[in-house]
Design a protein around this ligand. Structure first.
Ligand code: BG6
Ligand code: MG
Length: 219
C-alpha cells in the first residue's frame, strides 16, 4: 500500500450533521405531496444528489408529477434547507473533526472536500473551515453521482495526487463504494453493520487515533 498523502472528506454526516436539516426540509416537501417520510426513509437519501432524492421520495409514495412541479419542489426544498444552514456556526462541526484537520495540516497532508452537495461552500464558510481545504469538489463540479468515483478522482487530480495516495472519510454506503471504485482507502464514519464495504469504520472522529493515521502515513 502507498503512503497516504491526501485526505478527502465528505461533508454532510462527516464534517457536519446536516442530515437533520435535509430531513426536515424533505419531510415538508413530502408532506405537501401527501407522501409519508420517516427517519428510515431519510437514510436512503444520504450521499444522494438533490434530484435523485426527490425521485426516491416519489418512488416511496408511488407518485408521478410534472417536470415543472418537480423543479418547483426542488427549489422550495433547497430554500427551506438554506434557511437552516443560515443559522449554522462552528458549534455544529462534529466531534474530533477539527483536531483531525489540524493534525493533517501539521503533517503537511493535503485536505480535499468531496461532496455531492451544491451547498458545500456556504456551509464550510458558515462553520469557518474553508481555510483548511486545498481543493473543493462539490455537486456543482460533477456530472455523475456516488457510487461513481468522479467526485473523488477529481479531488485527487486537483491536488496532483494518485488515487492510491488518497484516503476518503465517508458516512454513506454510496460514498464508500465511490471511494472503493476510485481505488482509494475508504474510512467509514458510522456503523460497521451499515458501512460493511469500508476498509475501516469508526463511530466518529474522536475514535480515530493519531497512531492509526500515522501508520497510514508512514506505511
Ligand atoms: C449529500 C447529502 O452530501 O448532498 C444528501 O448526503 C444531499 O442528503 C446531497 O441530498 C445534495 O445536497 P444539496 O445541498 O445540493 O441539496
Ligand atoms: Mg455524507
Amino acid at each position: 500500500m502507498q503512503k497516504i498523502r491526501t485526505y478527502i472528506f465528505d461533508l454532510d454526516g462527516v464534517i457536519v450533521d446536516t442530515a437533520k436539516y435535509h430531513f426536515q426540509a424533505w419531510k415538508k416537501s413530502a408532506e405537501e405531496l401527501g407522501i409519508e417520510f420517516t427517519k428510515d426513509s431519510n437514510e436512503l437519501l444520504k450521499g444522494v444528489s438533490r434530484i435523485r432524492s426527490l425521485e426516491i421520495i416519489l418512488e416511496l409514495g408511488n407518485k408521478k408529477i410534472s417536470d415543472a412541479e418537480f423543479d418547483r419542489i426542488l427549489n422550495e426544498k433547497n430554500k427551506n434547507y438554506l434557511s437552516y444552514i443560515e443559522k449554522m456556526d462552528a458549534s455544529e462541526i462534529l466531534p474530533g473533526v477539527l483536531d483531525a484537520l489540524k493534525w493533517i495540516k501539521n503533517e503537511g497532508g493535503k485536505i480535499v472536500l468531496g461532496s455531492a452537495s451544491k451547498n458545500a461552500k456556504p456551509i464550510l464558510e458558515k462553520v469557518g473551515l474553508m481555510e483548511y481545504f486545498d481543493a473543493i469538489v462539490d455537486g456543482n463540479d460533477v456530472s455523475k453521482v456516488k457510487p461513481d468515483p468522479e467526485v473523488f478522482l477529481l479531488g485527487a487530480e486537483r491536488t496532483n495526487s494518485k488515487p492510491e495516495e488518497c484516503l476518503v472519510f465517508e458516512d454513506a454506503i454510496a460514498g464508500i463504494q465511490a471511494a472503493n471504485n476510485a481505488g482509494m482507502l475508504s474510512i467509514g464514519i458510522g456503523e460497521k453493520e451499515v458501512l460493511k464495504e469500508a476498509d475501516y469504520v469508526f463511530a466518529d472522529f474522536t475514535q480515530i487515533s493519531k497512531e492509526f493515521l500515522e501508520k497510514l502515513e508512514n506505511n
